[in-house]
Write a protein that binds this ligand. Sequence first.
Ligand SMILES: [Ca+2]
Ligand SMILES: [Ca+2]
Length: 286
Amino acid sequence: MLKSAAIIQCFLAVLALQGSWAFSWRTPQNNTQSVCPLQDPPTQCGAFCFSILHPMQEELTSIEGKQNLVQTKLLAVQSRLEAERVSLTSKMDAQLVALQTEMKNQVQALQSDMDIKLDSILQTVQAKLDAQLSVLQESLKNIVTKADFEERVNKTEIDPHLPFEKIGNRYFYIEHDLERTWQSAASSCRRMGGYLATPRDEQELNDLLPHLAKSKNYWIGLNDIDQEDEFVSVASGKPAPFLNWDQFQPNNLRNNQDCVYMDYGRMIDSECSDVWPFICQLDNEV
Ligand SMILES: [Ca+2]
Ligand SMILES: [Ca+2]
């Protein structure tokens, strides 16, 4: 309202400044323009101006009301938009935080899973390396260098007559793999500097047994080739110092069994052309 009144006052002030207080209008009777000279504008123009300006004032009031309404609606829309923006921002922030948390958890789970698998692989590899190292260390222990060998010989720890080894009180070589006839076995022992072996007594036989394979037979240096049933040592040429026949042996089967082998300590006469692994002794005392 104050704004409208100010407009009206301003309108009147403009007319006063022009120095011509006159209004023209059309009357219903002559439809011509009439002039109303103003000698005292405040007095003369009161009702007249009011009748002219009143519709304008009402129009201005209506426009002002519409402006206020539009402004109110605009503020409401702005307020709703701001609320929606805040709500949307809040939702997006919450979703972003949830997404970040989920990704962080997944990364941690993946990292943990990789750590477990990596640890398992490392432990497996370490175990294999330890096992291989242990085998290698054991192998190194068994490697005898030339200097070590000479030192040990000088200290009489081992006999230089390899491949014989000391079993009990004497030196023997036991061939586990090569199978020979009795004569061929005896020759092999001679080439090694020894003789096909004959156990001296039960103690020596017991000393030999742990070195023999239970599933194999071994030629020994006894035969009755010269005189049936008189078994002699091929090394000494003397009668066998010790015999340990298996059950029903010797039986000289087909009258053709003159050589002796041992089946884990039990002696059996057999054909000399049979082939078995064999046992050599280094000396010819027995
Ligand atoms: Ca015989
Ligand atoms: Ca027999």
